[in-house]
Design a protein around this ligand. Structure first.
Ligand code: ADP
Ligand code: ZN
Ligand code: ZN
Length: 704
């Protein structure tokens, strides 16, 4: 008997073919089956989406047959298919593209015979037993209260816990409860960065037994990724710990989702379907009845606002507050356990000061006591610009609208946007002046200068201070980052210099001083989220200090700034996230920005800026004309503001000009309807505008 099926296949993103295609099969295949089907001249992986009792009437005779089926694999659950359908729809991508990208890439190259062999090796058993190591340590009162609420209410929860308040312990106890409640229950724990997974993985494996815990992230080999995915899909993995990709994993027993450091920008995918793993976690939790816990010491303003209790706020999330660091008495001032924030007014320092004398002295003191210091500078390389004072030449990248960064280590000028690299010229390429200099400072320079500045400082055993640097340059090789972090944990480094990579989540036990060397740039950025990001970064950085309670009280966070009285630093001084958030949200209400409005960006790339902008502006005109004629869409359209196309902040990268157009609406639904209606228009326009290299839609963009 012939069965008609619609099957999601990886159609090219911009082909305009968004829907599953129809195939036929001799055997009945339930929805969710993973199959191989012909597509054009290739054979591709597909997911059976639906069965149709009869062929659809508009079909020509060329319906092709399913080639093969992965027999041993259980079909993907209806909830998984619903999640993927929502993701594709909401982020304006083709269903097949999104669904197939969520499957491990190695599935594409395995034959069904190979797959059968693999499944035999790891029998398809029900959930492996978790062996939960009993905990002797008592919960802090904050932790106990948070857990009690998680037990009673459905959530979703925003766990607003100070750095070092023991959020991970709350996640693990909540996980233990979920796992013991049902033998097939699964827990998904999302973390922002791969480099945070090993530490957390170790903690979970120790608590729940290594067999039950599986890591799932893009740093795995294809074989490891397939194995992890199969463990999750088959239910053997009871706890899946992963980065944003893991939110789309098949987890048939999902009972709890934790999103750690939920404010982190890495939860937003920046290519293809630009989904927010944090937002999808909320959706997925609702879909399958799983509890969701978002955790952070500096929540995103979206989540903070959503957890503003009703009736003043939306009250969509339940806010759980843990203000005290572990070890601080519950009746003590919560500030007692947090590092003291000290601002250095750089306007009062001699011009060109890299590290102000009092900060330098404080670092020296820490080193001589055997403690660690952490110095944050968000620029890698030696200096961001090389220039000639005579003729004004600057080290611009010939292919981008950006300067090339001077790297002293290999005497190169490197573009951080397109990678274009040249040896540093001996003389000014414009006028021949031999005396060319640098502007600004990067981590390389800080590391080198620090060695000179701390030359007289000795450690308790009389040896000199050991300085290390962690940034994208120092950690390029495989395993380098892990090795560097291990050195810091082992106490083999006294002063660590680095970019924001070192500020996130690490549980450094001996750091008692953290300093932000030059955080001012973000105060005056055109991106409305820049202050939010800076505040989170500084709070997180401060959170690396004094995590060992014995030193907590004596730890310090230093900020070098030309604007010591800026409200952002005033809030930081008293570790006042709620105060900072209130002030930011007031500004956002006034300006009609998220979370009080919803945004989408249309992006276009072309050989010329005019062409890129023309494409976007043409779309705006076309959409407003075409949609206004259709009453239901006209209504949505009336709730939308279209901004004119503008160049991106870095408008040219690798000789491609980039433009964007912002769409804004107080109604998420209206924005969604208009975006969906724009899809066919975009495909049509693309054919006319031949200069366009690429275009993309970014729903809920992070950088505007
Ligand atoms: P956060 O994630 O909130 O920054 P962590 O979960 O890393 O904090 O906890 C900080 C430290 O406190 C960890 O070393 C953890 O083992 C310890 N800790 C957490 N809860 C307790 C507790 N109830 N009693 C003693 N130590 C705890
Ligand atoms: Zn010159
Ligand atoms: Zn470049």
């Amino acid at each position: 008997m012939t069965h008609w099926l619609t099957i999601a296949v990886p159609t090219p993103a911009h082909s305009g073919l968004g829907k599953p295609l129809t195939y036929l099969s001799e055997a009945p295949l339930p929805p969710g089956c993973i199959v191989r089907v012909p597509l054009g001249t290739r054979e591709v992986l597909g997911v059976v989406w639906d069965s149709a009792p009869e062929p659809p009437p508009d079909l020509s005779a060329q319906v092709r047959a399913v080639s093969s089926v992965f027999d041993g694999l259980a079909p993907l659950a209806a909830e998984w298919r619903q999640l993927l359908a929502f993701t594709a729809r909401y982020y304006q991508r083709a269903l097949g593209e999104v669904a197939l990208a969520a499957l491990p890439p190695q599935l594409r190259t395995l034959s069904d015979v190979q797959m059968a062999r693999r499944l035999k090796r790891k029998p398809h058993q029900a959930g492996s037993a978790v062996e939960i190591t009993p905990q002797n340590e008592a919960l802090t009162p904050d932790q106990a209260a948070a857990l009690a609420r998680i037990e009673q209410a459905p959530g979703p929860f925003l766990l607003f816990g100070a750095t070092g308040s023991g959020k991970t312990e709350v996640y693990m106890r909540a996980a233990a409860r979920a796992l013991t409640a049902r033998p097939d229950a699964q827990v998904l724990v999302l973390v922002p960065e791969i480099n945070l997974t090993p530490q957390l993985l170790a903690r979970f494996a120790e608590r729940f037994g290594a067999a039950a815990v599986v890591a799932l992230h893009s740093g795995l080999t294809p074989a490891q990724r397939l194995a992890a995915w199969l463990a999750a899909h088959g239910g053997r993995a009871r706890i899946v710990l992963g980065t944003r990709v893991a939110v789309l994993a098949s987890l048939p027993g999902l009972a709890l989702i934790v999103v750690d450091e939920e404010h982190d920008a890495s939860y937003k995918q920046q290519e293809g379907a630009r989904y927010s793993a944090r937002d999808l976690a909320i959706y997925r939790g609702k879909l399958c009845g799983a509890r969701v816990i978002l955790g952070s010491a500096t929540p995103s303003l979206e989540s903070w606002h959503a957890s503003e209790p009703a009736p003043q706020g939306p009250g969509r999330y339940l806010r759980l507050t843990m203000p005290h660091r572990v070890g601080v008495a519950p009746d003590a001032d919560p500030l007692a356990g947090l590092p003291r924030v000290r601002r250095v007014d750089m306007a009062r320092q001699p011009k060109g000061t890299l590290i102000a004398p009092p900060l330098l002295a404080a670092i020296g003191e820490r080193v001589s006591r055997g403690e660690q210091a952490l110095l944050l500078l968000n620029r890698r390389g030696w200096a961001p610009v090389l220039h000639c004072a005579d003729c004004g030449w600057k080290s611009e990248c010939p292919h981008c609208s950006a300067y090339r960064v001077f790297h002293k280590i290999d005497r190169s000028l490197r573009c951080h946007h397109c990678g274009f690299t040249q040896r540093v010229p001996r003389a000014c390429p414009e006028c021949g002046n031999l005396d060319i200099g640098t502007l600004g400072r990067g981590t390389e320079q800080l590391e080198e200068r620090l060695a000179e500045l701390l030359a007289d400082v000795t450690r308790p055993d009389g040896t000199p201070a050991r300085i290390a640097r962690i940034d994208a340059d120092s950690t390029r090789g495989k395993g380098q980052l892990e090795a560097s972090l291990a050195q810091v944990h082992a106490g083999e480094v006294d002063v660590l210099v680095g970019t924001q990579m070192i500020a996130k989540g690490h549980d450094f036990r001996r750091v008692t001083l953290v300093a932000a060397i030059n955080p001012d740039a973000a105060l005056f950025s055109s991106d409305f989220r820049a202050p939010e990001r800076l505040f989170a970064l500084l709070m997180q950085a401060a959170g690396r200090a004094g995590r060992d309670t014995a030193q907590g009280a004596a730890s310090e966070m230093w900020v070098q700034t030309h604007h010591p009285q800026h409200p952002l630093f005033n809030a930081l001084k008293v570790h006042d996230y709620p105060g900072f958030a209130a002030q930011q949200l007031a500004e956002r209400t006034q300006a009609g920005l998220p979370p009080f409005a919803h945004l989408a960006l249309l992006r276009a790339e072309a050989r010329s800026q005019e062409a890129a902008q023309a494409f976007l502006n043409a779309l705006a005109r076309l959409a407003q004309d075409a949609l206004a004629a259709q009453p239901p869409l006209a209504e949505a359209l009336s709730q939308l503001t279209w901004y004119p196309a503008v160049p991106l902040a870095v408008q040219r990268v690798a000789n491609i000009e980039r433009a964007q157009m912002l769409l804004e609406s107080p109604s998420r639904a209206a924005l969604q309807r208009v975006l969906a209606a724009c899809q066919p228009l975009l495909h049509g326009l693309r054919a006319e505008h031949r200069a366009i290299v690429r275009w993309a839609v970014d729903v809920d963009p992070l950088a505007v």
